[in-house]
Design a protein around this ligand. Sequence first.
Ligand code: CP
Ligand code: NVA
Length: 330
Amino acid sequence: MNLKGRNFLTLKDYTPEEISYLLDLAEELKKRKKNGVPVDHYKGKNVALIFEKTSTRTRCAFEVAAHDLGMGTTYLEPSGSQIGKKESIEDTARVLGRMYDGIEYRGFGQAIVEDLAENAGVPVWNGLTNEYHPTQVMADMLTIRENFGRLKDVKLVYMGDARFNMGNSLMIACAKMGMHFVACTTEKYFPNKELVEICEGYAEKSGATITLTEDVKAGTKDADVIYTDVWVSMGEPDEVWEKRIKELSPYKVTKEIMANAGKKAIFLHCLPAFHDLKTKIGKEMGERFGIEDMEVTDEVFESEQSKVFDEAENRMHTIKAVMAATLGEF
Ligand code: CP
Ligand code: NVA
């Protein structure tokens, strides 16, 4: 399979075979790394990592993966470049495309990363936008495969705000890979109709199903994967916290929900998570709203069923596969 020169922006333009190929490659690269077998024949290549929003996992995954492959990296922090302020995305893309072999972008609107990709002339990888988080769902898919030995027919229930990056990208990946995707949340937070229709098209071919439901009991019944994300995403205004906590509390992942899911069900979360309120913002919210957790209880997060740290590790292996495949024939 030859993915050289391809962008990685939404996953919509990747076939199920291409996604499986990338997951196989990630598995192989993970094995080699664990066995101490270097894969560093990308020496002489360099990648730019643009972050207009903060990050722990994505930045570290790109940096470690690039260094393992033998490449150099430049990290451009939220306030450390001219991008979008003094210089247009189009011009930035044309400059970086002359110096780098690939560009990662994390930021706000999807249109920005699309603009970058259109003008850079080198592969552009989406490291999260408001609308999509495709490198995250590659790690999620690898983690699911590691636990169930397959993706086909796995039932994944996404709980919480399904209108943004994680809900969208999980729905796309599940629809492509023949899985059963359920958005279990209040109707207001269902994914947008247009994207649901697109995914129904993928599902027709793959045998996947897409269900949108407000019913927690029915939605999570016999699920293989219960997935959630923060209720307030990066870049959203402070005013939304109160409303989200009120509206999404019935969709918090609890031990009762895990018990209603399948016997071998796992819990996934892209992280960072509000499973306890030990962080500065968590403490503030806890005091303001009299709560101890948000989208998932600490009990579920710390349970045997929780695979969130395997999932976080898999960010690195899957990002490495995406870069290796799109920068050269592996
Ligand atoms: N899951 C994820 O993208 O984490 P970061 O925001 O830390 O990169
Ligand atoms: N929906 C979250 C995902 C973080 C990885 C956000 O956009 O902040």
